[in-house]
Design a binder for this molecule. Structure first.
Ligand SMILES: [Zn+2]
Length: 361
């Protein structure tokens, strides 16, 4: 009997391995694309890209990283110069609606409040919210540096921070007419700093989970879902995934503390690690996010199908699908995609190639 079982396993195993035909992602619940929202002057070509590239590939979810690229009425002081107008956002809404694409705006909450040597608008205008006000922004940013500065965070226990950021969140969700909001929350290196008068000495996993709960509960009042990146919920040391794709500052224990109805965007760009199984077994819904390695992305896509095929009926809905992530701006990506920009050094591992590998027309 054991031998027969082993033989069956061998046959089934080899048949799945010999599945050489490229797998389109068009039967997964989430077939996503994530990119910075276009600048106002780049809106028209981006709308065309939705019509001619996203829709024919059956993309059904578009996450747009807006941050301060919108002419917020609630907080004009936080606007980027030349941000999208309400009327321009409505063009995005209508184009996506035409193709049944769920449009989800993102503003980075908690972490990513600065980049390299530049502080983002929230901490520039409200420096009191800074978790590490003693860390001064360098003129010439280098990594690594003595402060361990990657990106600044806001202090999740500052009594004034949520009023401001939730006014932004509400306004952006209203104008995007969205049923979900992506809060970022990735790569939070500064959290629970000893020198912060509010956070010092507190448990970093509890602080992180507390912030997830606060944002989730706010969104739930209007029936909106919270989406976020998953790296802070993975143990970087134990898994060998390191400080970016996972956490090296003990926030990973938050995986058992966060609400189960958040959607985790599980990005892995260097190796196709099978972390969706871990997150799904913690009760969380997971979307695998590749970036620029088509070979890895194809493995991640095959894995996503395998997880769904082999899961219990309880687990299967947690394996939600795939989302291509793009980290150049929208105009830069369109140049790359259509080959109109400057030639790239690596012509294989590009986000455009990765996108085409996962989502075939
Ligand atoms: Zn703090």
């Amino acid at each position: 009997m054991k031998k027969l079982f082993a033989l069956l396993l061998l046959v089934c195993g080899s048949s799945s391995l010999s599945f050489a035909k490229p797998l389109p992602a068009d039967t997964l619940p989430v077939r996503g694309f994530c990119i910075a929202a276009p600048r106002a002057e780049g809106l028209a070509p981006f709308l065309k890209f939705i019509d001619t590239e996203l829709a024919p590939r059956h993309i059904n979810t578009l996450v747009l990283r807006v941050d301060f690229n919108y002419q917020f009425k609630s907080h004009p002081e936080l606007r980027d110069a030349g941000g999208l107008t309400e009327q321009q956002v409505k063009q995005l809404v209508q184009t996506c609606r035409k193709h049944n694409i769920r449009l989800i705006p993102q503003i980075n909450l908690l972490g990513h409040q600065s980049w390299a040597g530049t502080t983002s608008n929230l901490l520039k205008v409200y420096p009191d919210f800074d978790e590490t006000p003693w860390v001064k922004m360098p003129v010439n940013y280098v990594w690594p540096n003595a402060d361990g500065l990657y990106c600044k965070s806001y202090c999740p226990l500052h009594p004034g921070v949520h009023k401001i950021v939730f006014e932004l969140v509400d306004e952006i969700c209203d104008v995007f007419e969205s049923t979900a909001f992506h809060a970022g929350m990735d790569e939070v290196f500064y959290i629970g700093e000893d020198k912060c008068p509010r956070c010092g000495g507190r448990d970093k996993a509890e602080l992180f989970a507390g912030e997830v709960w606060t944002i989730r509960n706010h969104l739930a009042q209007k029936g909106r879902e919270l989406w976020m990146w998953g790296d802070r919920l993975l143990d970087g040391k134990l898994t060998g995934l390191g400080a970016w794709e996972a956490s090296m500052n003990n926030t990973h224990r938050a995986v058992d503390l966060v609400p189960k109805d958040v959607v985790i965007c599980d990005w892995h760009y260097e190796r196709p690690d099978k972390t969706p199984v871990y997150l799904a077994m913690k009760g969380l819904s997971v979307i695998t996010c590749p970036w620029r390695m088509p070979a890895n992305a194809k493995l991640q896509l095959k894995d996503m199908y395998d997880y769904r095929a082999s899961a219990t009926k309880e687990m299967k809905p947690r394996f939600q699908g795939m989302m291509q992530t793009v980290w150049s701006d929208a105009a830069g990506f369109l140049d790359e995609f259509y080959g109109t920009g400057k030639p790239q050094k690596d012509t294989v591992n590009t986000s455009a190639n990765c996108f085409r590998a996962v989502f075939t027309k």
